[in-house]
Each structure stands twice: as structure tokens, then as C-alpha cells.
Ligand binder design. Structure first.
Ligand code: ATP
Length: 286
């Protein structure tokens, strides 16, 4: 169960294995421990006086993927994989949400079960990590994405970039989200197509105070839009039109409730967890 620091450190482990030094660079060891970073990710920036190599910490591009994950399914994994490949990103944090502000119905499975299933769903997926940043709050306040994004941003290094991942269905309701205009310029966004939801309507879903134009960035077939808010704060919106995953948590819960057999859209370990803990039978969770 990890935060962005761990995505950083698992990426960093590759740099260490490839022979780059430990414990040097932007963070002194004590600062590294305090920030949760044990092994920063280095790139060579040239040679210093005396010919020794100089190193700088490489900026990381980290995806934040929040959701109910009730249960996590193949559509979630496919979205994260596509974002990592095509945006591209160094890693994705999967953060099951404690209390979803906009969903009328509470998740059926408990937060603990959704966390456990999400960990099983991403096991063995390179670059994907579990985060508890959206655990239920002690004060009962819903988990607002603007709060989460701000908390994550402060835990990243100054030149790291944060991307909020979601499907088209979620983004189409963005104007109703808490402090939507602030959120839209607080980080970059990656929105993937979802069957039944029109990615072409994405710009009309933006709040009136947000301006939009296409960016100059070429990203294969993906469209990149630039967003501006009040005070000219700018962010980018990456659209991924090629995701075609019909998996849906609602459909999965319904068919489990109806006693249907093994599901193609669940990882075997997640299906086994659901069976073992008798989740989603009779419309209830644990
Ligand atoms: P439901 O099926 O009940 O709508 P869900 O799987 O969409 O559930 P969440 O777990 O909250 O619900 O989804 C997390 C994020 O994953 C959301 O942004 C959602 O848009 C996205 N997502 C889920 N399934 C897909 C899919 N098949 N294709 C694209 N995006 C998806």
C-alpha cells in the first residue's frame, strides 16, 4: 500500500540496478527518509570539475486513478496501461475512495475489501501501486478530488507531474465536482473512451470559467487539449479514444448477485477474493 513516493522509489530501483549511485543528488539522506524516498531516480547531467559525473533527479509523471473499485476490473487495468503507454506515465496510483461525493449509493463492499481487491487486481502490473490516500476520513467529509490532488502534489518533487485518470463517463459530470474549476487546473487530466459515452462531448462538459484550445503537442492518435482557468493557470487534457472496454462494476455486481459463473472481466485472484468473502451476493458486501 503505497503513496507516490513508492512509485518514485520503484522506478528508482531500476536506476539503482543499472549502476547509478545511491544517496546522492537533490535529497540528502535524512530528507529522503522524511519524504519516503529511499532511492531517487537519476539522470546524468554532465561532468563536473575533475571529470566526475553529475546527477539530477529525473522528473516523474505520476497518474492518480481514484474510483470506487467495487470491484476493480479489467477496464480499470486497461485504462491505466493505456495511459502509461501513450501519455506516457512512469506509474499509476490506484486509490479506492472512502466516500464518493457524487455517487448516491455507497459502495457495496467495505473500503478494506475494495483495497484488498485492488491490490490483487494490480499485482504483477508494472508501475501500478495501491494508495490509501482516499481512505474514509475521520470527520465524515467526502473524499474530494481537489483535496487529494493538492495533498499528492505537495508530496511530489517540484518538477514531477501529476495526472488525474478517469473514464469519459466520469469526466462528463466534471462541472458538478466540488471546486471543479480549481481542480481542472490543479493537475493534468487523462480521459479514456468508455463504450456508451461520447468522448466528443468532453469539452462541452467543462465549467464555463474554463477555456479550452488544442495544444501543439503531437501524441500519436491521442488528442491533447490545453485548459485555462481564472488567473491563467494552465493544464493539459489528454484524450485516449482507443480504449474499448465494456467491463463495468455495476454489471459485474449484478451478475454475481444473480449467481452467474466465473467472470472474464475480473482477475482470477479478485474473483477468488469475492467468492471467499461472499461479496456481492444478495446485494450486500462484508
Ligand atoms: P460502474 O460500472 O458502476 O460505473 P465503475 O467501474 O465505472 O463502476 P469506478 O470504480 O468508480 O466505477 O471507476 C473508476 C474509474 O474508472 C472511473 O473514472 C470510470 O470512468 C473508469 N472506468 C471504469 N470502467 C471503465 C471502462 N470499462 N472503460 C473506461 N473507463 C472505465
Amino acid at each position: 500500500m503505497m503513496g507516490p513516493a513508492c512509485v518514485r522509489s520503484s522506478m528508482a530501483a531500476r536506476a539503482v540496478r543499472s549502476g547509478r549511485p545511491r544517496g546522492e543528488g537533490r535529497f540528502a539522506p535524512r530528507e529522503m527518509a522524511a519524504s519516503g524516498l529511499t532511492t531517487p531516480h537519476y539522470t546524468t547531467t554532465g561532468r563536473g570539475r575533475g571529470g566526475q559525473a553529475r546527477y539530477a533527479q529525473k522528473a516523474m509523471r505520476i497518474g492518480f486513478f481514484g474510483g470506487s473499485f467495487d470491484p476493480p476490473h479489467r477496464g480499470h487495468i486497461a485504462l491505466a496501461r493505456l495511459a502509461m503507454e501513450s501519455v506516457p506515465l512512469d506509474g499509476v496510483l490506484f486509490a479506492p475512495v472512502g466516500v464518493q461525493p457524487l455517487k448516491r449509493d455507497r459502495p457495496q463492499a467495505s473500503f478494506v475489501d475494495r483495497l484488498a481487491m485492488t491490490e490483487l487486481a494490480i499485482a504483477g502490473e508494472p508501475g501500478m501501486e495501491l494508495s490509501q490516500i482516499d481512505a474514509p476520513r475521520g470527520d465524515g467529509r467526502p473524499n474530494y478530488t481537489i483535496d487529494t490532488v493538492r495533498a499528492l502534489s505537495t508530496s511530489l518533487a517540484a518538477n514531477d507531474e501529476l495526472f488525474c485518470l478517469m473514464g469519459a463517463d466520469s469526466f462528463l459530470s466534471i462541472a458538478k465536482w466540488y471546486r471543479a474549476a480549481d481542480l481542472l487546473v490543479a493537475c493534468d487530466f487523462v480521459v479514456a473512451a468508455r463504450p456508451g459515452f461520447d468522448l466528443g462531448r468532453i469539452t462541452s462538459a467543462l465549467p464555463a470559467s474554463i477555456s479550452v484550445a488544442s495544444c501543439d503537442e503531437a501524441r500519436g492518435d491521442n488528442l491533447v487539449l490545453c485548459l485555462w482557468g481564472a488567473g491563467h493557470r494552465e493544464s493539459r487534457l489528454y484524450l485516449l479514444p482507443h480504449l474499448q472496454e465494456s467491463a463495468s462494476a455495476t454489471g459485474i455486481r449484478q451478475s454475481l448477485q444473480d449467481g452467474m459463473g466465473p467472470r472474464w472481466d475480473l482477475a482470477p485472484a479478485v474473483a477468488a477474493y469475492i467468492a471467499e468473502h461472499s461479496l456481492y451476493h444478495d446485494g450486500g458486501g462484508s
